[in-house]
Design a protein around this ligand. Structure first.
Ligand SMILES: [Zn+2]
Length: 233
């Protein structure tokens, strides 16, 4: 009976690898183990002077889990979670990042996770913030709390995909602010002196994460950075 039910579910909700289409086992989600191992891991968690840390040299620690290569598997997954409502993909990739973060010698310094916010209007259009879903996946593995209501995006900026480096810098100036939050039971509140891990999806120039960091630093918060992927540029 159980196998009949699972066969029925399989028919309507195929539990297959998003990349290669093979059936997933009950312990796999989104990607089969084979495709998981094919994701282009950076191994940045093993060295402090990695390219993302160099790019964000003011951050005590910075890393990205994967290389973002054009037309690759990861690019397709990011496209699906950003534009095709595939929240499950962002959550699962967050769990993968979390496992990599466990290898970082500095993880114990971190008090909480803060995702890079979307402008409220954009978040309403999309229905979710993909960086917050990545953070939720990371939190499942690392047990660090996620704080989503402290950092706010002030301006509605167009997608930065087609802008050059200088335009991006200008575009992100004063883009973020830190909001005063009240302590409610069960809610984590960011306090001055704490060390947050800022969570982003894809880092290219680092301009967005730098702008977020500056807003948080003004509130006397220490900011390290972790992204799903790094484009290299
Ligand atoms: Zn696969």
């Amino acid at each position: 009976m159980i196998s009949l039910l699972s066969a029925f579910l399989q028919l309507f909700f195929p539990h297959v690898c998003d990349h290669c289409g093979t059936d997933l086992t009950s312990t796999e989600s989104v990607l089969c183990l084979r495709c998981q191992h094919r994701l282009p891991a950076t191994d940045f968690e093993y060295y402090d002077d990695n390219p993302v840390a160099k790019l964000l040299y003011k951050a005590p620690h910075a890393m990205a889990a994967y290389y973002f290569s054009g037309a690759g598997m990861l690019q397709q997954l990011v496209h699906k979670f950003k534009y095709h409502q595939r929240k499950d993909i962002a959550l699962q990739l967050g769990r993968f990042i979390g496992r990599r973060l466990l290898q970082c010698s500095w993880l114990h310094e971190i008090n909480c996770l803060v995702p890079v916010p979307l402008h409220p209007q954009r978040q309403k259009q999309r229905g979710y913030n993909q960086a917050a879903l990545l953070a939720a996946g990371i939190s499942e593995v690392t047990h660090l709390p996620v704080i989503t209501d402290v950092l706010v995006r002030l301006k509605y900026s167009d997608t930065q995909t087609h802008k050059n480096r200088l335009q991006r810098r200008v575009n992100v100036a004063n883009l973020f602010a830190v909001k005063e939050t009240s302590a409610l039971p069960g809610r984590h509140v960011l306090r001055p002196g704490q060390h947050v891990l800022l969570i982003d999806d894809v880092i290219t120039t680092g301009a967005t994460t730098r702008a977020c960091s500056e807003a948080l630093q003004q509130a006397n918060i220490t900011v390290s950075v972790c992204a799903l992927a790094y484009t290299g540029h």
